[in-house]
Design a protein around this ligand. Structure first.
Ligand code: AHM
Ligand code: MG
Length: 316
């Protein structure tokens, strides 16, 4: 295409999923239906976020969620959208949401074989200043299709997930999610992303690693090339940038939740050739002790995460 011409040979998420599905003999189409329900929810949520001010739904409800953080109305609306769309897909069994303290077990008449853990609107404390926020989700298949869904169907390590994703935005002109990077590989830029205001709580390994990025030894020409710092404070944005540009995203100390923040992002980063760890173990190997369990996380370029793991081995 000449510069400026409209590109029309696009692949929508629906096309992409159908094409993938056709490559798996015996696929029932159930996972496609689940992903379709997530896609539809994300379209609806992104529409609500855009219209938030008009709809007058921005503002604190005064309620607190399970982790005692302020809940905004858009979180609740997004949560209801996700839950209702997933239930009505008829393909889900157990749902875990950041906004609900208990797991939701889908009624017999709507039950299917997939379990989803999701944060319906992550980064929502950033809504008012227009920062990109979004939905994060991880999908598991039930362990046994002969019985009702149970907690153990979703309280599993990240490597058991069949798919994961996050959503930031869609093309508002055609109202579709488009395939932009067919074989996504993590970028190579030297960027670090962490809330350094928490530096006093960092483990010695993390302190030492961050220091080494800011004060690198001079190269052979005597030049210093420190890493750039970028931190939005919205996980979807920070991980999205890490995926596209490269570098390392860190949330040491364990604010982020394993099932619906750490695991899905870890799966995505690994699929793109990167690495995700809690500093001592591969993120996807960890077993969450409870549905809202938290973990420290380091994800990004392999060599960066390996440097952190090496420092943990040395300084632990
Ligand atoms: P939330 O689920 O309550 O929105 O919190 C998760 C968010 C992430 O998006 C982000 O990475 C992190 O919290 C930012 O935390 P902090 O403000 O402590 O840097
Ligand atoms: Mg959230």
């Amino acid at each position: 295409k000449e510069h400026g011409e409209t590109k029309t040979d696009i692949v929508t998420i629906t096309n992409h999923i159908l094409m993938q599905q056709q490559q798996h003999a015996g696929a029932t189409g159930d996972l496609s239906i689940v992903i379709n329900a997530v896609t539809a929810s994300c379209k609806w949520i992104s529409n609500c976020v855009r219209k938030a001010e008009l709809m007058n739904v921005i503002g604190l409800t005064g309620g607190k969620n399970v982790q005692q953080e302020s809940v905004q109305k858009l979180d609740i609306l997004s949560n209801e959208i996700m839950i209702n769309m997933l239930k009505s897909s008829g393909r889900t069994a157990v749902l875990v949401s950041e906004e609900d303290d208990q797991a939701i077990f889908v009624e017999d008449n709507q039950r299917g074989h997939y379990c989803l853990a999701f944060d319906p609107l992550d980064g929502s404390s950033n809504i008012d200043c227009g920062v990109s926020i979004g939905t994060i989700f991880g999908i598991y298949h039930v362990l046994d299709t002969e019985r009702k869904g149970e907690l153990k169907d979703i309280l599993r390590s990240g490597k058991d997930m069949v798919a994961a994703g996050y959503c930031i935005t869609l093309d508002p002109n055609i109202g579709e999610f488009l395939l932009t990077h067919p074989k996504m590989r993590i970028g190579k830029k030297k960027i670090y992303s962490v809330n350094e205001g928490n530096a006093h709580t960092f483990d010695p390994a993390v302190k030492s690693y961050v220091h080494s990025l800011k004060f690198p030894p001079p190269n052979f020409e005597g030049k210093f090339t420190p890493y750039s710092a970028r931190y939005v404070g919205s996980m979807v944005s920070d991980v999205h940038r890490t995926l596209l540009y490269g570098g390392v995203f860190m949330y040491p100390g364990g604010k982020l939740r394993m099932l619906y923040e750490c695991f899905p992002m870890a799966l995505i980063i690994e699929a793109a050739g990167g690495k995700a760890s809690n500093g001592r173990q591969r993120m996807l190997d960890l077993l969450p002790p409870s549905i809202h369990a938290r973990s420290g996380i380091f994800l990004g370029n392999k060599e960066e995460v390996e440097k952190i793991e090496e420092l943990y081995r040395k300084l632990d």
